[in-house]
Design a protein around this ligand. Structure first.
Ligand SMILES: Nc1nc2c(ncn2[C@@H]2O[C@H](COP(=O)(O)OP(=O)(O)OP(=O)(O)O)[C@@H](O)[C@H]2O)c(=O)[nH]1
Ligand SMILES: [Mg+2]
Length: 435
């Protein structure tokens, strides 16, 4: 398939400016065929040109030309900035199509960059996550990966594996040679260190992953404690019905809040208590389901007692003592935050939520994987190392070599060194066309 292709890199809708990219050997020659004043083959130049299709003046455009290999893709690359009319976009793209230039596949520009060694595989993945980031945490995680924090750790471990491999080879090839520098117990210590780094990165990722896409908070508690009043105060909008009759909320009420640039879905639920009424029971069932799918639970009480609701241990809970305005000298405690939802006095809770998002950001900064592909492979590596360490003192050199080789292969897969066809396609199929 020809390496010359075109795509719209911005959105196809009316906008001030649109960006069209053409990549490949024929990009300069064909672009020049639409211009009265030709582009020069000089790097990093920007040109203002009139673009013609079949002698019809279509638009005055700005063109960037990046000759190979000094471009994002490593091939010749042209970027046309035209006015963002859908008609102009269509005219420009179809003029290239009429000269036999095909439309790009998803992520094909980035794929070329990986093939031309302009980008490594992990960086390509972080670019995809960067384009897809919709909130602070997903952006933090993508930018850290783009910046190379995780990649650096991976490369250090890969280097360490090579070093251990070289040492083992000495043992295998010259068993009579007394390898003083790195005997088996020294090797074991180094593997344990490696294992610790991987454990940290895996558990960081496990705690942060659910927050990268949809973060869900739910408000639970007994009837009438002020859950709906709190939802309204957080949303700054009277979305949920509030009344002094217990059992007012029967279905889940949903809103969206933004904490520290992190968009989150917030759900108000039916109060949970033992009840005979069938409709309420249905509401309670929904509350329990909502707890299961939430990342954070705000457990509200108006008497300083929080009933046991069998919330899974893995869930983060903030205990909230509401209606504090009714209490003369409320007892302060680290275990809960005091608020008065009715009077919009909820700063204590907002501070807690802010701190929680910050905590997640810090975890991300301390090395975190960005997608399930990386996570799955890292878990396999961790398991392999565990297995190796368990058998370490009982096995011969050739089995040590076997384990080390398996781990090295998994690492190469992680770093994209041995990209299988389907894996490559799976990754790039998740990209936008034009990226
Ligand atoms: N004094 C005081 N009253 C409050 C406060 N928050 C809520 N209330 C009142 O408590 C009553 C119940 O409030 P809701 O928000 O409907 O309580 P809920 O927990 O959603 O109740 P259900 O949906 O029935 O489970 C209403 O009369 C509110 O005005 C508060 O901070 N102080
Ligand atoms: Mg309610």
């Amino acid at each position: 398939m020809s390496n010359t292709f075109i795509a719209l890199s911005s959105h196809f809708s009316k906008s001030a400016i649109a960006v069209i990219r053409i990549n490949g050997d024929r990009s300069l020659k064909i672009t020049n065929s639409f211009l009265t004043k030709k582009l020069k083959n000089s790097p990093n130049k920007r040109f203002l040109r009139k673009f013609y299709n079949n002698n019809q003046f279509i638009d005055e455009v700005i063109i960037n030309f990046y000759p190979a290999p000094h471009s994002y893709t490593g091939d010749d690359l042209i970027e046309i900035m035209c006015h963002g009319s859908t008609y102009i976009i269509e005219q420009i793209i179809s003029s290239y199509n009429s000269k036999g230039i095909r439309y790009a596949g998803p992520g094909e520009f980035t794929k070329r960059a990986v093939i031309n060694s302009k980008l490594d595989f992990i960086k390509a993945e972080s670019i995809n996550e960067l384009v897809n980031s919709e909130n602070k945490l997903s952006h933090d995680s993508a930018i850290n990966s783009y910046d190379g924090t995780v990649n650096k750790l991976f490369r250090e471990i890969r280097k360490e594996l090579n070093f251990l491999w070289a040492n083992l080879e000495v043992d295998l090839d010259y068993p009579e040679f007394d390898n003083q520098n790195l005997n088996k117990s020294a090797i074991k210590i180094r593997i344990q260190k490696m294992q610790k780094s991987l454990e940290e990165i895996n558990s960081n990722s496990e705690s942060v992953f659910p927050f990268l896409k949809n973060t869900i908070i739910c408000i639970i508690g007994k009837p009438n404690v002020g859950k709906s009043t709190l939802l309204n105060a957080l949303l700054k909008n009277n979305k949920a019905i509030v009344s002094d009759i217990p059992g007012t909320t029967r279905d889940v009420v949903e809103g969206e809040i933004n904490i520290h640039n992190q968009k989150m879905k917030i759900l108000d639920t039916a109060g949970v208590h033992s009840t005979q009424e069938i409709i309420e029971k249905e509401g309670i069932k929904k509350t329990l389901e909502t707890i299961r799918k939430s990342n954070l639970i705000i457990h509200v009480s108006d008497d300083g007692k929080w009933e046991n609701m069998n919330i899974p241990k893995s869930k983060k809970i903030i205990y909230v003592y509401n209606k504090i305005d009714l209490i003369k000298n409320p007892l302060k405690s680290d275990k809960y935050v005091c608020i008065s939802a009715k009077d919009n006095k909820i700063d204590n809770l907002n501070n807690k939520l802010f701190a929680w998002v910050n905590e997640m950001s810090e975890t991300i900064a301390n090395n975190c994987l960005i997608n399930y592909r990386q996570w799955n492979i890292c878990q396999l590596i961790q398991k392999k190392i565990e297995e190796w360490l368990e058998k370490f003192g009982l096995i011969e050199d050739d089995l040590h070599a076997f384990f080390l080789n398996e781990i090295k292969n998994l690492f190469d897969e992680l770093l994209g060194k041995k990209i299988k066809d389907n894996l490559e396609n799976t990754l790039f199929n998740h990209f936008c066309v034009g990226k």
